[in-house]
Design a protein around this ligand. Structure first.
Ligand SMILES: NC(=O)c1ccc[n+]([C@@H]2O[C@H](COP(=O)([O-])OP(=O)(O)OC[C@H]3O[C@@H](n4cnc5c(N)ncnc54)[C@H](O)[C@@H]3O)[C@@H](O)[C@H]2O)c1
Length: 255
């Protein structure tokens, strides 16, 4: 998919990996709309990126608002070709603790945001992309989601988070197959530890311990590195239905 002139929605774009991706896509000629929470710095980020980047405040847990906000964004963009879904949430708790079993509410909430809300974005983005005129290669759009290497090597306390990120990885192939006849691809990136979100403010000593199992480079990933892989996936029509690890060879230990 040619990024120049394409319409792109970047979900979670006020911060971290999504913010870097929104910037990278805009620098490569895409028209970009950022979705993020109303309390986020989305408006400032959109202005800083420039090139006509717009911010639409949205909580992706609000099903009705997601539908109407995507509709408005597609109108503003004049068509949707790229959907980048990064917003997500985590929870850490052992299956059983001294206080009793893991409560179900946070488990459900993690599944609700990381799986159900992500699928809601995918199905609505695909619906709009299906109306596009295909390019010379038959492509109408590309959807990119965010898994985690915790999908494969979940650590102690990560039952809910790992289950949700494994679900993201697991739905890429069936969705790619569902959308194949329409020329719409669907892939995910599974990052290891990136210097964003909740991780960024941690002391350096704690960060070093978290990445000591990486093969090389032994450091946190940079948001721009996620953005570079996102662009490679968008541009390469042979990448479809999979989840690509972006992890410097790291495999999480049990804890
Ligand atoms: N940082 C890491 O080490 C790491 C590793 C693997 C996977 N991930 C995944 O990456 C994603 C987070 O990206 P990041 O690390 O760049 O984080 P980040 O906190 O910098 O950015 C996430 C953005 O998503 C937005 N967001 C959160 N909930 C939302 C909601 N309900 N509606 C709309 N927007 C919402 C936040 O406001 C924020 O701007 C998550 O899906 C996370 O599971 C992160």
């Amino acid at each position: 998919m040619d990024i120049q002139g394409a319409g792109a929605i970047v979900v979670g774009g006020a911060s971290g990996m999504a913010r870097a991706t929104a910037r990278d896509l805009a620098q490569h000629g895409a028209k970009v709309v950022i979705f993020d929470l109303p309390k986020s710095k989305g408006a400032e980020v959109a202005e800083e990126i420039g090139g006509g980047t717009q911010f639409f405040p949205l909580d992706i847990m609000d099903e009705a608002a997601v539908e109407s906000t995507i509709e408005k964004a597609v109108q503003a963009l004049g068509g949707l070709h790229i959907g980048v879904n990064v917003a997500g949430w985590g929870w850490a708790q052992r299956t059983i603790t001294r206080d009793g079993p893991h409560p179900l509410d946070p488990f459900r909430k993690v599944m609700e945001i990381n799986v159900v809300a992500t699928f809601n974005l995918i199905r609505l983005q695909a619906h709009h992309m299906s109306k596009n005129t295909p390019n010379a290669d038959g492509e109408r759009g590309v959807i990119l989601c965010t898994s985690s290497i915790a999908a494969y090597e979940g650590q102690i306390g990560q039952a809910a988070y790992s289950a949700s990120k494994a679900a993201v990885a697991g739905m890429m192939l069936p969705i790619a197959r569902d959308l194949g006849s329409l020329g719409i691809r669907c892939n995910a990136i599974a990052p290891s530890l990136f210097d964003t979100g909740l991780i960024a403010p941690l002391p350096d000593q704690m960060k070093s311990a978290l990445i000591e199992d990486a093969a090389f480079p032994r450091r946190m990933g940079k948001p721009e590195e996620y953005a570079r892989l996102a662009r490679a996936i968008i541009e390469n029509p042979m990448l479809n239905g999979g989840t690509i690890r972006l992890d410097a060879g790291q495999r999480f230990r049990p804890k």
